[in-house]
Design a protein around this ligand. Sequence first.
Ligand SMILES: [Zn+2]
Ligand SMILES: [Zn+2]
Length: 453
Amino acid sequence: MLHLSRLSLEALADPRGYDCACGRHHVCAMAYLRVGRGAIRETPQMVAALGARHPYVVCDANTYAAAGEQVCRLLTEAGIAHACHILPGAHVAPDERAVGSALMHVQPGCDMVLGVGSGVINDVCKVIAHALGVPGAIVGTAPSMDGYASSSSSMEVDRVKVSLYNRCPAGVLLDTDILAQAPMPMLWAGLGDMVAKYIALCEWRIAHIVTGEFYCEEVAALMRAAMAKVVGAADGIPARDPDAMAAIAEGLIIAGVGMAYAGSSRPASGLEHYFSHMWEMMALDRGKPYALHGIQVGVGTVLCMKLYRRIRQVRPDRARAQAWMQAFRREDWEAQVRRIYGKAAGTIIRLEDACRKNDPDKHAARLDRLIAHWDEILRVIDEELPDYDALCGLMAKTGMPMRPSDLGLSIEDTVDAFLGARDVRDKYLSCSVLWDLGLTDEFAAYLREVAEE
Ligand SMILES: [Zn+2]
Ligand SMILES: [Zn+2]
């Protein structure tokens, strides 16, 4: 065994990577990685280590005040010529406007993009570094999500959420003194994005059993270790304890490494993330604001824990599943997609035309495997999921939102998110299991009952 989960952060970022028993070579090359108190002071060293002489600093008004101003001062003091752009607006979205604004202010000779911020800035900077063909680096301002080290960006393109795969930032600096000053919802969001991994790992293993999708136990173990760091530090969140901030920052970085190792977000995201994706798409379609990614994901995790409570009691019934498939009408499905997805419906329908997950033969093959392996699936659920009360107690103690209504979401939007989640991507989730077993309607009714409990 490789035991990736026992390696240090620096070893995990080794550019040589690791040959794994799963048959893949896992690599997340980060040339410069520092987490700790005062780490921001190493900004000039990071820039030099990455071979850059003209970094382009990108931030927003909040992150400029939190750390961007200091980053620019440190660069000036070190004699490093740089340009700085503050993305306009009170609320910067990871969309064409932000990418366009950042690109429009690039100076000739820029040889590195240095983001100062958290989720949105990091995602935007990954996209522009990739477009410019220069290294990217980030000085983090909040422990709010697991994307610091990941190789993908969660973007809004034509008002649809998409994942763009580019490259891990070459440098990551997380100064725990700065992270500790982040707004409390951003600290809650980091915890939310990590408790999600209970569901994500459970669903990754189920998908491996049912569809034969790639799975790597080494990467899963690494994610469990990352999660343990964050969950273990949750009690320190309300007081902004520096040791807790360091543990959370490390856990979030390791989770990003795990995604880069797997080459997808699979180890980090399951149905709980799809609740968030759906709520965001609904908000985008309506031109409404939405809560932080990790906060929505935390609420999604609680909903998933409720669903799994009942999934544990399911006994697959072949006749019921077959009757469900026989009653399936493409027109009805399309009408539901149009109702739930609004303007994004066309994209979703084209995706189904390409992956054909609603095809009766494919359903029959998945159903055979679900029935043959149901005991194994129940075992996976028992192994991966924590005790419901223990997890909710831990989350609630931090004061974070726990229910859809805490985010201003209606029960209809929550049930629709559950109904539509299976169609966002070609990804096998617990809601896909329920669809295959003919239990979608029953579970939608159950969710309606318990979502606000
Ligand atoms: Zn592997
Ligand atoms: Zn996430």
